[in-house]
Write a protein that binds this ligand. Structure first.
Ligand code: SF4
Length: 347
């Protein structure tokens, strides 16, 4: 890596790791401390819980308090604070909130609780969206009419384009293996063409990440940005079955991202033929106001403008045991990763 770093010259290189799984793996391996001088790794908008806007959290919490409703959610969501407490606090006060490991398990819950309306909180990127699609198709096939999803699924590419159109300095992207298994690395060719930034897919162990960074530096040194992979499982075309499933069940929609705001066509919502499974329509949910959590700098962190250590609350008022914002709640959040593995470097 160092030879390419030298070949680039003295300018600082900013590489964004787009995925929370990478963020955690980088921190766990202590990679930041071993990088060549002048190479900076920043976290991007890749942690599903962290990018989910507060307005969605408030909708989910409001829904969970309704009589006859059971919300089913991935575990990390339960501790994200909303304006009136978290899902966990709503549960303590009597709301029916269940943690599930998959959308399919939420369909099981609906079948086991026919007197309840079970709403799955569907967040995440192209990695998790196909599973939501399969759950909706299963519910339709099996006539599970008390199942629905509150969708906040996001698409990776529009977020990258939005970041590159802003003032944030990014010289290349380390792309996540799991999302790229679905999308294929060919999906990033538009980013390379339009913005001239390398997009290199890597897996999630330290050697894969180092390989990916080395490839980014090599491309920058050569002045030849490419979309490519160092992760053999990822192919250029992605997974056609998963992509077809997304196309069959979902349609692109404008989506609100934490701190970034609304990005046109950056989300996925259910197609009209699945409206009966769309919780927002089924329960006539009102739009909620977007806002930032007081004192929390998650928005700056997921856009690469700040690091966890820049937040005055980090490790003091905000810890994994008592988190203030989603970047500390989530098992893929940048603040949680820094707290768990990188505090030593900073003390
Ligand atoms: S340390 Fe806590 S309050 Fe600060 S940005 Fe991270 S999650 Fe938000």
């Amino acid at each position: 890596m160092a030879e390419y770093r030298r070949a680039i010259g003295s300018r600082r290189i900013h590489v964004m790791e787009v995925c929370g799984t990478h963020t955690m793996a980088i921190a766990r391996a202590g990679l930041r401390a071993m990088l060549p001088a002048g190479l900076k790794l920043t976290s991007g908008p890749g942690c599903p819980v962290c990018v989910t806007d507060q307005s969605y959290m408030d909708q989910a919490i409001e829904l969970s308090r309704r009589s006859g409703v059971m919300t089913a959610t991935y575990g990390d969501m339960i501790r994200v604070p909303g304006r009136n407490g978290s899902l966990g606090e709503a549960r303590s006060a009597g709301a029916k909130v269940e943690i599930v490991v998959s959308a399919d398990k939420a369909v099981d819950l609906a079948k086991a609780n026919p007197s309840m309306q079970v709403v799955f909180l569907a967040v995440g990127f192209e990695t998790t969206t196909p599973a939501t699609g399969l759950a909706v198709l299963r519910a339709q096939r099996e006539g599970v009419t008390n199942f629905s999803v509150l969708t906040a699924h996001k698409l990776v590419l529009p977020a990258l384009a939005a970041l590159l159109s802003s003032d944030i300095r990014i010289d290349g992207f380390l792309m996540p293996g799991h999302v790229s298994v679905i999308l294929g690395y060919g999906a990033y060719e538009g980013i390379v063409r339009d913005y001239g930034k390398p997009c290199v897919v890597a897996g999630f162990d330290a050697m894969q990440i180092v390989k990916g960074l080395r490839e980014i530096l090599r491309e920058l040194a050569a002045g030849e940005p490419r979309a490519c992979t160092v992760y053999p499982t990822v192919h250029r075309e992605g997974n056609p079955h998963a992509l077809k499933l997304l196309e069959d069940v979902f349609t692109p929609c404008d989506a609100r991202w934490r701190a970034i705001g609304v990005i046109p066509k950056s989300g996925l919502t259910l197609k009209d033929e699945f409206a009966a499974f769309d919780a927002a329509k089924k329960f006539d949910l009102p739009e909620m106001e977007s806002y930032e959590l007081p004192g929390c700098r998650c928005g700056e962190i997921i856009t690469g403008r700040s690091e966890p250590f820049d937040c005055p609350l980090f490790g003091r008022r905000c810890t994994p045991r008592d988190p203030v914002g989603p970047c500390m709640v989530s098992s893929e959040g940048a603040c949680a990763a820094a707290y768990k593995y990188e505090r030593v470097r900073k003390t």
